[in-house]
Design a protein around this ligand. Structure first.
Ligand SMILES: NC(=O)c1ccc[n+]([C@@H]2O[C@H](COP(=O)([O-])OP(=O)(O)OC[C@H]3O[C@@H](n4cnc5c(N)ncnc54)[C@H](OP(=O)(O)O)[C@@H]3O)[C@@H](O)[C@H]2O)c1
Length: 331
């Protein structure tokens, strides 16, 4: 059996380019006990992968050069040496960036494609949704009546954060995004206010959108957005530091936030988090999210790029804001 794989050919400096990736055909070894063979249907490209392309220690090890990349994927079992899985099962697993994957059964979870389409297990019903839910509820300790600001709000995580906050009784939900079309989409999704961060100072635009200040900030962007949120924060404001995408391609350290000392007098809580530490909320999250989707309270958008060989372009596009909602590669 042969697999088509995307390898890391070189480490990007600044913005990734197509030459950083290589498509390779590999002959797969026979399955060992406990393993399953999966034909991937969809795979995820995620901002955190940019950090793994650098040769630095982080909470996940760096990708290795001339080796297949990995990441979330959903596919169909086509061969099994694991009693927990049958041929034809749909599974979610971590061996993306290839069409055929050998997966250790311990790293796979059966999903129900009659309940939801494959890609939703990478988005609203998967790691993306859990990130939004756990960051808002457990990390930022959201309370009904809070005014919530989320950056990267038209993206996969951000669009869910805003809608979940609405559903849980936020007083006001504000989002920032990178284009007029994305701002219009946020208003359709029920955000009370939204702005395009290209339209001028984030600090001024946020102050205008949140005249009474913000209680919760869900940070996907870092830099000037974090600085603006500190300025607009009310006393005892709570920040979930989820990502800092404005810095992922930077070769220089960020100059913002320059106002961190304001956090002292305002008695702010700024807490970073990794979704993997909130696995214990998976069941609670899945139950609620399934219901919210069924009731039409939460919608999600997808930008789908066709073809495994276009996965590098999908990833490059994700960092440039070419997606609305979850960026998915259909294999
Ligand atoms: N802590 C965790 O466990 C965890 C888990 C998942 C994701 N995350 C983080 O959550 C954030 C969102 O991830 P996602 O998967 O939902 O991706 P996403 O928001 O769907 O896609 C990334 C978006 O970032 C925006 N962006 C790119 N450069 C920017 C810049 N310089 N300033 C402002 N916005 C910029 C783009 O939208 P615009 O058009 O609006 O610029 C782009 O669409 C990322 O920071 C990611 O690292 C963290």
């Amino acid at each position: 059996m042969h697999a088509k794989e995307i390898h890391l050919a070189s480490r990007p400096t600044g913005e990734p380019v197509p030459d950083n990736f290589r498509t390779v055909t590999t002959e797969l070894p026979p399955l060992e006990d406990g393993q399953i063979l999966v034909r991937n249907i969809v795979m995820s490209v995620d901002p955190y992968m940019r950090g793994r392309m650098n040769d630095v220690k982080s909470y996940v090890p760096p990708f290795r050069l001339d080796t297949v990349l990995d990441g979330g994927a959903v596919g169909e079992v086509i061969e099994t040496r694991n009693d927990a899985f049958s041929v034809g099962d749909a599974v979610s697993h971590g061996k993306g960036w290839r069409d055929i994957a050998i997966v250790d059964g311990k790293g796979a979870r059966t999903v129900d494609l009659t309940q939801a389409q494959a890609s939703s297990y990478l988005g609203a019903l998967g790691m993306t949704g859990l990130t939004a839910y756990s960051g808002l509820t457990a990390v930022a300790q959201f309370k009904p009546g809070d005014t919530v600001f989320v950056s990267g709000a038209a993206g996969a995580v951000g669009s869910l954060v805003g809608q979940i906050a609405r559903k849980l009784g936020a007083e006001r939900v504000i989002g920032s995004a990178g284009s007029p079309a994305k701002v219009a989409r946020l208003l359709e999704l029920g955000f009370d206010a939204a702005f395009d961060y290209h339209d001028g100072s984030v600090k001024k635009q946020l102050a205008h959108a949140a005249p009474d200040g913000i209680d919760v900030y869900f940070d996907n962007v870092g830099g000037d957005h974090l600085e603006a949120a500190i300025t607009s924060a009310n006393k005892y404001g709570r920040f979930a530091l989820c990502g800092a995408i404005s810095q992922y391609n930077s070769t220089e350290p960020s100059s913002a936030p320059r106002n961190l000392a304001l956090a002292i007098g305002k008695e702010l809580t700024l807490k970073g988090f990794i979704v993997g530490s909130y696995g214990h909320l998976t069941e609670e999250f899945s139950e609620k999210m399934t219901q919210w989707i069924a009731d039409g309270d939460v919608e999600w958008d997808e930008t789908v790029v066709d073809g495994l060989e276009n996965a590098p372009q999908a990833f490059i596009g994700l960092l440039r804001g070419e997606n609305t909602g979850k960026m998915i590669v259909a294999i």
